[in-house]
Design a protein around this ligand. Structure first.
Ligand code: ADP
Length: 164
């Protein structure tokens, strides 16, 4: 049983993340999407909101679990009995940080392998920050996120503008 963790902030999940998730589901029996709280990133969505929206847009896969986690990724992987970690690589700019993280994780736990997947090239420029910035200034994000996520971003931005 090959079990992999795809960790990230997912604030919010984008079509680039979904591309990686889809590739992961063909390689592994079970994919656990591990949503990090990551308060230093000052997320737009709470961790509960991010977990709920990822569940909603990955409902059509039958081998995906979505949950939040805190603490060290390798400890979490060991708790779940996962043998690998998936990370997406979009461009050379991702490489240095991801390479460092993968080596540190390997030092801590030799048994857990980091697997890098490349999304379709149309997603290489896409990240959650760009989607949030675009939406804040009234831009159309429908090409970058699923419709359910687009609706939630709009709601959140209106709420924020009203001071909520
Ligand atoms: P983190 O804060 O852990 O980087 P993100 O939600 O930004 O969380 O990203 C989670 C993972 O998804 C990372 O491995 C990142 O490289 C990857 N990723 C983010 N956006 C894309 C994209 N457009 N295409 C492919 N992978 C992506």
């Amino acid at each position: 049983m090959r079990h992999v963790i795809y960790p990230g902030t997912f604030d919010p999940i984008t079509n680039g993340h979904l591309d990686i998730i889809e590739r992961a589901t063909t390689l592994f029996d079970t994919v656990t999407i591990g949503v990090t709280t990551n308060p230093t990133k000052n997320p737009l969505f709470t961790v509960e909101e991010r977990v709920a929206m990822i569940r909603e847009v990955t409902r059509h896969f039958n081998n995906i679990r979505v949950e939040s986690f805190t603490g060290l990724l390798v400890d979490y992987a060991q708790r779940l009995g996962a043998s690998a970690i998936i990370r997406g690589l979009r461009a050379i700019s991702d490489f240095e940080y991801e390479f460092q993280m993968a080596l540190v994780n390997r030092k801590i736990s030799d048994g857990i392998v980091t697997v890098f997947l490349m999304p379709h090239e149309k997603y290489t420029y896409l990240n959650s920050t760009i989607v949030k910035e675009l939406a804040t200034f009234g831009g159309d994000v429908s090409r970058f996120v699923p419709p359910a996520v687009e609706a939630l971003i709009k709601q959140k931005i209106v709420k924020k503008a009203l001071g909520g």
